[in-house]
Write a protein that binds this ligand. Structure first.
Ligand code: IPE
Ligand code: IPE
Ligand code: MG
Length: 267
């Protein structure tokens, strides 16, 4: 592979293998492996996080080029507070710094940025910059970037349950009215279509409390590449793999090219 290009070993341009009609509208990414990337190089873990930011920028650009509309990235989980204070503080400062440096360009590209998660424990400086970035970009409509910080899927589900119980108690809704649609309308991702594709880097085969409700029928692509080494080439590989999947949603494969012989149940 030629570094920085989207050409494979056989000199094929991967972008030519993408079916533009089948590009996922919403892609979710668990950006994992920053620490291991740095450790392997004998560097502090923070270098991996820093490098991870440039990769996110590249993938954001690639998503737009592809025609995807929404990217939801996992930047800090509710469980990541258990890491050493030094690393947590570094990440919090990094979020502020990146937002400060990038928000202008994000806005110029008509991208809306939204932070998903419980922002309460973060320092005022970060909360302020998040709020000003969200309001600056709130009317942008070309692309939506959701950044999940202090996010946990279970916590989100419990929060929705609490809100619905409260509405039942005050008589705003009846318990019999609780359904998937109502539940969806209370999620932090309300109004956003569920991701068609989840990408996790670094080879880990778990969800780690990410979008538990929303990923119910997403296709999962695991890349062995550590996030700081991930790039447009690897991203296109994920899209090509996604496009080869047969999404059945509990039904059966489409029989469009076959005779109708199986449509009758045996008597
Ligand atoms: C993902 O990389 C970034 C965050 C969770 C903030 P990690 O920091 O988890 O890196 P590894 O998995 O330890 O290599
Ligand atoms: C998931 O990665 C969270 C983020 C990428 C922000 P982790 O590294 O925290 O997940 P585990 O510990 O491997 O499950
Ligand atoms: Mg990790």
């Amino acid at each position: 592979m030629i570094i920085g290009k989207i050409i494979d070993k056989e000199n094929n341009d991967l972008s030519k293998r993408i079916d533009k009609q089948k590009v996922p509208e919403h892609i979710a990414i668990i950006m994992d492996g920053n620490g291991r990337w740095a450790t392997k190089k004998g560097l502090p873990r923070s270098y991996g996080h820093k490098r991870g930011v440039s990769v996110l920028k590249e993938i954001l650009k690639a998503s737009k080029k592809l025609g995807c509309k929404v990217l939801t990235v996992y930047a800090f989980s509710t469980e990541n507070w258990t890491r050493p204070t030094k690393e947590v503080d570094f990440l919090i400062n990094l979020f502020s710094e990146v937002l400060r440096n990038e928000i202008e360009e994000i806005n110029e590209e008509s991208t809306k940025i939204k932070f998903i998660g419980d922002l309460t424990p973060f320092p005022e400086t970060l909360k302020k910059i998040i709020s000003s970035s969200e309001s600056l970009t709130k009317n942008n409509n070309k692309f939506l970037l959701n950044v999940c910080v202090n996010y946990g899927g279970r916590q989100e589900i419990v929060k929705v349950a609490k809100e619905l119980v409260l509405k039942c108690c005050t008589g705003e809704i009846k318990p019999s009215e609780v359904n998937e649609e109502l539940f969806n309308s209370e999620l932090l991702t309300r109004g956003i279509k569920d991701p068609e594709l989840l990408i996790r880097t670094s080879g880990e085969k778990r969800i780690s409390n990410f979008l538990l409700w929303q990923l119910a029928y997403s296709e999962i692509y695991i890349s062995d590449v550590l996030w700081p080494d991930f790039n447009e080439f690897e991203f296109l590989k994920a899209i090509i793999d996604y496009q080869s999947r047969n999404r059945r949603f509990g039904g059966i494969e489409s029989l469009s090219n076959e005779s109708n012989q199986d449509s009758q149940l045996p008597s």
